[in-house]
Design a protein around this ligand. Structure first.
Ligand SMILES: NC(=O)c1ccc[n+]([C@@H]2O[C@H](COP(=O)([O-])OP(=O)(O)OC[C@H]3O[C@@H](n4cnc5c(N)ncnc54)[C@H](OP(=O)(O)O)[C@@H]3O)[C@@H](O)[C@H]2O)c1
Length: 308
């Protein structure tokens, strides 16, 4: 199959392109200089010219809490423009299948865990990343409307939090797992006796290796018709923040102590995706936290040595 992968240079895209089983398909992976997905006319022209049979939409403006708080306009507009251009462009170019990536921030702030797909739009969103989340919800709904009105078969996956190879380790942009690995690596290098954890570390987080999402997506491509229109892709379980630090310390070889700073904010207590639909589809994430964190740490070390 000819597949157009958007965001091919991002974490999800790179993990997908490293996945075994890729070779049976032909991949179209233009970068932003070749095709800026914000430009509607260019997207339509490009799709009509290259006629992919399927689009995997893994491009987006992605960032941490601080960036989301500071730039809600950019997070809303860019993600909405990308989603709209891809879906409307696909429709105009006669491309029937689009697999779009959402995010668990599409779920209402007060939704009860585990988060089921039918809870989307059942309540107010988390204010800190509302712009990003609204764009994700609107893109998913636009896909559903196109299916209903014009008979397309556009689907959205909602992955849980991701980490892994090709993650961002700089403190400005990193999420929990790369931030933990970097902090522990630096503490080990400087022989710091303690590492600080914000809050009691008992809040729970679900992080999946991006290589596992890639593995799932390869299966989803070949079994596209069996996929529901909206489906979470998660682990089905989560870990305490403390456990990410303990596992990280083993991986990095940090032997110091942890100190909890109870004056710092901890965020949501839990955000765990329901995996009933995923289990019905017949897939379980294969990578353990220990293996995934070791792989991410190796990537970080190689990057520092200029090997990745
Ligand atoms: N990371 C997570 O924890 C997570 C969790 C759940 C869902 N997701 C979803 O998965 C998708 C991919 O995430 P990711 O972590 O791989 O993000 P990422 O590493 O930041 O990659 C995003 C990619 O999108 C590209 N892009 C952005 N704007 C573009 C534009 N106007 N034209 C062309 N390309 C553009 C970027 O290109 P440049 O390199 O040129 O900027 C980059 O390659 C996103 O939709 C995200 O919401 C991610």
């Amino acid at each position: 199959m000819r597949i157009f992968l958007t965001g091919a240079r991002g974490m999800v895209g790179q993990n997908l392109l490293e996945c075994p089983g890729l070779g049976v398909h032909e991949w179209l992976t233009p970068d932003r200089r070749e095709l800026d997905l914000r430009d509607q006319a260019s997207v339509v022209r490009w799709l009509k010219e290259h006629k992919p049979e399927m689009i995997l939409h893994a491009a987006g403006r992605v960032g941490g809490i601080q960036a989301n708080i500071e730039s809600p306009v950019e997070f809303l507009i860019e993600n909405l423009d990308l989603g709209r251009n891809i879906l409307m462009g696909a429709y105009e170019a006669g491309i029937e299948r689009v697999l779009n990536l959402g995010s668990t921030c599409m779920y209402p702030r007060a939704a009860v865990n585990p988060l089921r797909e039918d809870m989307v739009l059942q309540g107010a969103l988390e204010p800190t990343n509302e712009g990003y989340a609204l764009a994700k919800v609107m893109t998913q709904r636009l896909g559903a409307y196109l299916n209903r009105e014009y008979g397309t078969r556009y689907k959205t996956l909602i992955p849980c939090n991701l980490y892994g190879r090709w993650d961002k380790f700089d403190p400005e942009r990193s999420h929990l797992v790369p931030a933990v690995l970097r902090k522990l690596h630096e503490a080990k290098t400087k022989a710091s006796p303690t590492v600080e954890i914000w809050g009691a570390g008992t809040a729970r987080r679900e992080f999946m290796d991006a290589a596992d999402l890639a593995d799932f997506m390869i299966q989803a491509i070949s079994r596209y018709d069996e996929l529901p229109d909206l489906m979470n892709v998660g682990l089905g379980y989560d870990f305490e923040i403390n456990e990410y630090y303990y596992e990280g310390a083993k991986v990095v070889g940090y032997t110091g102590a942890f100190q909890h700073n109870l004056s710092k904010p901890v965020g949501m207590q839990q955000k765990l995706a329901d995996v009933q639909r995923l289990r019905q589809f017949g897939w379980t994430a294969p990578t353990t936290l220990a293996t995934g964190m070791a792989r991410a740490y190796e990537f970080y070390l190689n990057q520092n040595r200029g090997l990745e």
